[in-house]
Design a protein around this ligand. Structure first.
Ligand code: F3S
Length: 403
């Protein structure tokens, strides 16, 4: 790899231990992926923030990096933590977990990261522009940044995202190179899509077909005509989960789609495929949900407004977590939505979500509109799941509802 004299000096330890470690991580990755050089980046988003995922070894490493004098050189935000940083007791988070989680946040803060704790940084002040190079880690946000915004980022791991923050650089490979952004397969969607649950199910259906190819071509998606911000964030989370993709192009919707003709290789997704995908995301049979959550990825203010409308004057009959960023929650406070929602008994779970909080085994069945949440609720938290349309999820919190 060609390194500038400054990069060589960092690698030799000229700017302290933590930055040296960061450059070692980046050059190792760059060599592994055949990068010719480092490039500067405009922002970083770090995942691996929940103590539930990091554990003691992760916390120790972060503390060492902070003690080693590392400091972010570009705007850096954090993924959700394992708890609401202000209201963790109301969510039943144990005090010893909270203590460790605060130590994680403290280590990141000492390194100059802003503890936004959200997987939708693009709704909370960390907003890249078209063509900009960034280093983000949360898979749904990476897919959103590449596909919907047209920024350029690989899916970083926790350590490599932190390394990018401490150096202001990343190795130039993968999604940073124009040739890797070209589509390789056309996805012809012949199904009616209405709402976030449908778009999540579509991501799983496409993911299954792409996995079956045994390679990961960038999909060029035709037939969905339009998609709201909320539908796109649901789709990004799902296709990143079920196909491991960091980029797609959607005809008439995403900014780079028009640059390319539709690839000759074609996959058709029918209405039957979509319905089969939706059914596969519900495995609870007749069992009612005892846990209801909306906000995977974190909710927009429009989604919070809709929940408030549904819950107005009602009482919830089961645990209902509304997961969003602190920025959106503050807007909800000012607009009066928080009062309406909390009067119903529903709880805001800000800074966190139903996947990264330490709630393994605490509930039996999760009702959600998120295909990604279904995947992790089953694999990480051992819940069964019911995928439902957005409004039906909120209604399920106030009544015994069968699908
Ligand atoms: Fe965000 Fe948690 Fe879903 S981090 S994308 S709400 S699993």
């Amino acid at each position: 790899m060609n390194l500038t004299s400054e990069e060589q000096s960092i690698l030799a330890g000229g700017q302290g231990k933590a930055v040296q470690t960061a450059m070692q991580i980046l050059t190792a990755l760059g060599r592994m992926y055949g990068a010719a050089r480092m490039i500067t980046i405009r922002s970083v988003q770090i995942a691996g923030v929940s103590y539930d995922n990091l554990g003691e070894a992760g916390l120790e490493w972060l503390s060492e990096m902070a003690d080693g004098g590392g400091h972010a050189r570009v705007p850096t935000t954090l993924n959700p933590a394992g708890m609401d940083l202000e209201n963790w007791r109301a969510l039943g988070i144990p005090a010893d977990f909270a203590e460790r989680q605060f130590q994680v946040i403290d280590a990141f803060s000492r390194m100059g990261a802003t503890p936004t704790c959200t997987c939708t940084p693009y709704l909370a002040g960390n907003v890249p522009s078209f063509g900009e190079s960034i280093a983000w880690a949360e898979s749904s946000a990476v897919c959103y940044a590449n596909s919907v915004i047209g920024a350029r980022t690989n899916r970083e791991g926790g350590p490599s995202a932190l390394a990018a923050a401490l150096t202001g650089r990343t190795a130039e490979y993968g999604m940073h190179l124009a040739e890797n952004r070209a589509p390789g397969v056309t996805i012809d969607v012949r199904a009616r899509l209405t709402g976030t649950a449908d778009f999540g199910a579509l991501g799983k259906a496409i993911g299954g077909r792409i996995e079956a190819l045994g390679r990961k071509p960038v999909p060029w998606i035709a037939g969905s005509e339009s998609a709201s911000l909320e539908e796109l964030k649901s789709f990004c989370a799902s296709i990143a989960t079920y196909a491991g993709l960091a980029l797609f192009h959607m005809q008439g919707v995403t900014p780079e789609a028009d640059r390319y003709p539709p690839p000759a290789e074609r996959i058709v997704i029918t209405e039957d495929d979509l319905q089969a995908s939706k059914r596969s995301l519900s495995d609870a049979g007749d069992e009612d949900a005892d846990f209801v959550s909306l906000g995977c990825p974190h909710l927009t203010i429009a989604e919070v407004a809709r929940i408030a409308e549904i819950l107005r004057g009602k009482k919830t009959t089961r645990e209902f977590w509304i997961t969003t960023s602190r920025a959106v929650k503050l807007a909800a406070d000012r607009l009066g939505y928080t009062e309406t929602i909390e009067a119903s008994g529903a709880k805001f779970a800000v800074d966190t979500c139903c996947v990264v909080a330490p709630i393994r085994g605490r509930f039996r069945v999760l009702a959600t509109d998120s295909a990604k949440a279904c995947y992790y609720a089953r694999s990480k938290n051992q819940f069964k799941t019911r995928l439902m349309d957005f409004d039906r999820v909120a209604e399920a919190a106030i009544a015994r509802l069968k699908e």
